[in-house]
Ligand binder design. Structure first.
Ligand code: NAP
Length: 251
């Protein structure tokens, strides 16, 4: 059997209705996983793309701006598939403003979804993986701004840098328990998250000029990295930030 095969595994993917999360859900389904698509918007499009792969699919409606849905998500997941083997913390938001103008509301909103909910969902999953001794995989969707400063996105940079740190911390604590915690750092990928950048001709051209691959990423560019980190092929990989960025960080 392929070391990348996910047959029989069940994967929570947050923010799976669109963009990178949708592409990750489809890639995991293609590799054989049952998908628990978690988010605040309808998952019909994602379900339609996962179904042909013949695995289980469950949409769980949840707004991850608070921790309230977390135990409900775990209950639904376990009722349907018995166990969660893979968690992909993908849901995330961005707020753009000069650092001089960023509001407390924009700070809190980004930190709550991008870091707080991601951590406590990982905690809920990790507790169960450790209790049953079965181990598992946690993949956080970080960012180039986990290692770079960015501009006009203070709360996002703080959140994604925090998520990279938490990835390393959880890897240190849980590697001995058979849980692999890693992160992907997508480069510039066309999605709702980057629509404002793409619509700005100067920013868009500046970004493109710096990408050695000579193009923006597509959400499906991120799927393979997620399959790798969720699979037995990554059993000895702990605490990394894997850039999938067309070479941006190599520049
Ligand atoms: P996106 O299309 O905006 O997707 C974000 C996803 O997160 C959507 O499914 C969104 O749901 C969900 N989400 C946001 N707030 C939520 C909440 N309170 N509760 C539940 N779900 C929520 O952008 P994307 O590019 O695919 O982003 C996916 C991840 O990749 C994010 O963590 C982002 O920071 C990261 N990332 C993106 C890029 C890039 O260039 N695009 C680069 C680096 C990292 P709704 O559709 O309902 O809003």
């Amino acid at each position: 059997m392929s070391r990348f095969d996910l047959t029989g595994r069940s994967a929570i993917v947050t923010g799976a209705n669109t963009g990178i999360g949708q592409a990750i859900a489809v890639a995991l389904a293609e590799a054989g996983a049952n998908i628990l698509a978690v988010g605040r918007s309808p998952m019909d499009e994602t379900e339609a793309q996962c179904r042909p792969h013949g695995k289980g699919f469950l949409a769980i409606h949840a707004d991850l701006a608070t921790l309230e849905p977390i135990e409900r998500i775990m209950g639904s997941a376990e009722e349907r598939f018995g166990r969660v083997d893979i968690l992909v913390n993908n849901a995330g938001i961005i707020r753009r403003a000069d650092a001089l103008d960023l509001t407390e509301a924009d700070w809190d909103a980004v930190m709550d979804v991008n870091v707080k909910s991601a951590f406590f969902l990982a905690q809920a999953v990790g507790r169960r993986m450790i209790a049953d001794g079965g181990g598992g995989k946690i993949v956080n969707v970080a960012s180039l701004l986990s290692v770079q400063g960015g501009i006009r996105v203070a709360s996002y940079t703080a959140a994604k840098s925090g998520l990279a740190g938490l990835t390393r911390l959880l890897a240190n604590e849980w590697a001995p328990k058979g849980i692999n915690v890693n992160a992907i750092a997508p480069g510039y990928v066309a999605s709702n998250n980057t629509a404002a950048l793409m619509a700005d001709p100067k920013r868009s051209a500046d970004i493109l000029a710096r990408i050695p691959a000579g193009r923006w990423g597509e959400p499906r560019d991120i799927g393979g990295a997620a399959v790798f980190l969720a699979s037995p092929a990554a059993d000895f990989v702990h605490g990394i930030l894997l850039p999938v960025d067309g070479g941006w960080l190599a520049r």
